[in-house]
Write a protein that binds this ligand. Structure first.
Ligand code: DHB
Ligand code: FE
Length: 294
């Protein structure tokens, strides 16, 4: 067996680095389908085929830490206290009980050292983060992990969960989420550990779960959103909430969290993989993997 020694000069400090961004819907029905072994069924087969290359990509990429930007759906915070932005700094985050008992997925391991560094950096950078010493993670966080990692005995990386309020009006603007992503990048890149970090933006795409327009799906909007998110993120960041509500339905507002992921990447990126499928539950499903251009 060959032993490769990585010799490093004493003055060379390896910093953490965001090496890829992933956008994915976090539909709870996907978690239920995975947990109940239904991905082989005809309804789920096209979805299973579409996420397979992303799972392969992730198996190759092997991040040390995933920063997962998602919204808590009144699972951990309840409607009595709703932080606009929160960061989980605990050692562990248990799957939340969303009414049917917690999902039987591994406990999510945190990275307190990185999380506290990111919290400090973001707050010094004028983002008023709520610090969550305890956080149960609902489908918003665990479904994206299941989509990308499958069903391992333990999740193969640490997770820094960052919650964005999109369930109680008023949510933060797209441009604020984009700026948050830029600040997360500054935070990660000033952390003195050699860590391969992948950032997730979750939620969406178009869907509305309530009211007269329940069932709204607008895949042309979602496709154009993704095209612009990749190539012209600042134009997407400038879009008002009303555009999401009108074009993508009331829960389409979850897409602002994809902007936080996008803000942590270079202006110029390559899209390594994209998959879209309609319907997944009541939504238009979308997945993108982007990397900074070399
Ligand atoms: C559904 C989608 C979501 O993003 C969510 O948080 C809850 C439900 C759905 O399509 O059923
Ligand atoms: Fe959601």
């Amino acid at each position: 067996m060959a032993i490769v020694l990585r010799v490093r000069a004493s003055w060379e400090i390896r910093m953490a680095k965001i090496t890829a961004g992933i956008g994915t819907s976090h539909v709870p029905a996907i978690g239920a389908a995975i947990d109940h072994k239904k991905l082989e069924q005809p309804y789920w087969q096209p979805f299973a085929d579409g996420i397979a290359p992303a799972r392969e990509w992730m198996a190759q990429h092997q991040p040390d830490v995933c920063i997962v930007i998602f919204n808590d759906h009144a699972s951990s915070f309840s409607l009595e206290l709703i932080p606009t932005f929160a960061i989980g700094v605990a050692d562990q985050f248990a799957p939340a009980d969303e009414g049917y008992g917690p999902r039987e997925v591994p406990v999510v391991n945190g990275h307190p050292e990185l999380a506290w560094h990111v919290a400090e950096s973001l707050i010094q950078d004028d983002f008023d983060m709520t610090i969550a010493n305890r956080l149960e993670v609902d489908h918003g966080c665990t479904v994206p992990l299941s989509i990308l990692f499958g069903e391992p005995e333990n999740w193969p990386c640490k997770v820094v969960p960052i919650c964005v309020n999109v369930i109680q009006y008023p949510p933060p603007s797209g441009s604020r989420c984009y700026a948050l992503g830029q600040a997360i990048r500054r935070a990660v890149e000033s952390f003195e550990q050699d860590l391969n970090v992948v950032i997730f933006g979750t939620g969406g795409m178009s869907h509305q779960l309530q009211g007269e327009r329940a069932g709204v799906i607008n895949q042309p909007f979602d496709r154009a959103f993704l095209d612009a998110l990749v190539d012209d993120p600042e134009s997407v960041a400038a879009r008002p909430h009303t555009e999401y509500l009108r074009e993508a339905g009331s829960e389409g507002i979850e897409l602002v969290m994809w902007l936080a992921m996008r803000g942590a990447m270079d202006k110029q990126v390559d899209e390594e993989y994209r998959f879209m499928h309609v319907p997944v539950s009541n939504t238009s499903y979308g997945l993108t993997i982007i990397k900074n251009k070399l």
